[in-house]
Design a protein. Structure first.
Length: 290
């Protein structure tokens, strides 16, 4: 897809990304440990949900990659191996970059149990990765799937492009995903300030355009489910997630969540749909960034 003609009034999309990221970080709960991926219990919860919930997304993602048996793959923000594990039997090797110690433990354990010898883990933030000390570029395929939380996204993208000899594949949110919509609905009633959503795919495309990368974009469906053994367990999770501490705040969360709960087998479930984008480009044949 070709970008629109440039205009003098075009914003600096990287600065816009930084501004939105900074505002988004102000809409977080300081003492919420649920996204601390160094903790094994959090990583185990994510992995359990990912393997049951993300089957469709994983299939769509893998089917959209130009993989071959001899492909070398770089998976940035790999989590517990959501993509790396199903990709491993289909490619020559995978390097998984993941900062969370709990996530890396699960990925390595699963790879060992399945006797996968072609996955290498680099436990670092992408921002801290040195391409030539920590990795062995170039890679035929570079992937960053729902892991674009870097503050300086242009710098992160330049490094991804430099690591690739084939194609780069980014998967990122187009609109507010289900969990963000819940934050947007509850943040002001609970905390008295507006909720700020993080930067989305439009901003990402703008950064790439200003880098001279004219990427192809495909819109894809994104579903999210939260599953719990019972209603009390669900409510306890969301009270903590949204920072509800007073009884009035807890009641606000409960009244918001209750109409969306449905029973599914022995579990209670809450879910919603949104859209994410597959943004991809190919490197010029024989040309590798340095």
């Amino acid at each position: 897809m070709m970008p629109p003609a440039p205009a003098d009034s075009d914003p600096d999309w990287n600065e816009l990304w930084k501004q939105r990221q900074k505002l988004h970080e102000s809409s977080t709960i300081a003492d919420d440990p649920s996204h601390n991926w160094n903790k094994l219990e959090n990583a185990e919860r994510y992995d359990k949900n990912a393997r049951s919930e993300y089957d469709d997304r994983v299939k769509i993602t893998i089917d959209s990659l130009d993989i071959k048996p001899d492909s070398r793959v770089l998976d940035i923000g790999s989590g517990p191996g959501t993509l790396a594990i199903p990709l491993a039997p289909r490619v020559r090797e995978i390097t998984a970059v993941e900062p969370g110690a709990g996530m890396v433990t699960i990925l390595k354990d699963r790879a060992d149990r399945m006797q996968m010898k072609n996955i290498t883990c680099v436990q670092k933030l992408w921002e801290d990765v040195d391409l030539f000390r920590d990795l062995k570029p170039p890679y035929d395929i570079v992937i960053a799937s729902l892991s674009l939380t870097m503050f300086d996204i242009r710098e992160a993208l330049e490094k991804m492009d430099a690591a690739a000899s084939g194609s780069v594949h980014l998967f990122w949110f187009v609109d507010m995903p289900f969990w963000e919509r819940m934050y947007a609905d509850l943040w002001e009633p609970l905390h008295g300030t507006p909720y700020f959503s993080g930067p989305k795919a439009d901003c990402l495309f703008g950064v790439l355009y200003q880098m001279g990368i004219y990427a192809d974009v495909t819109m894809l469906p994104l579903s999210k489910e939260y599953r719990f053994g019972n209603r009390d367990e669900m409510m306890a999770f969301f009270r903590k997630r949204f920072g509800a501490k007073t009884r009035e705040q807890e009641r606000t969360v409960e009244e918001y969540i209750a109409p969306h709960i449905r029973k599914q087998g022995n579990e209670v479930v809450i879910s919603g749909d949104s859209t994410f984008a597959h943004i991809r480009w190919k490197k010029e044949k024989g040309k590798v960034s340095t």
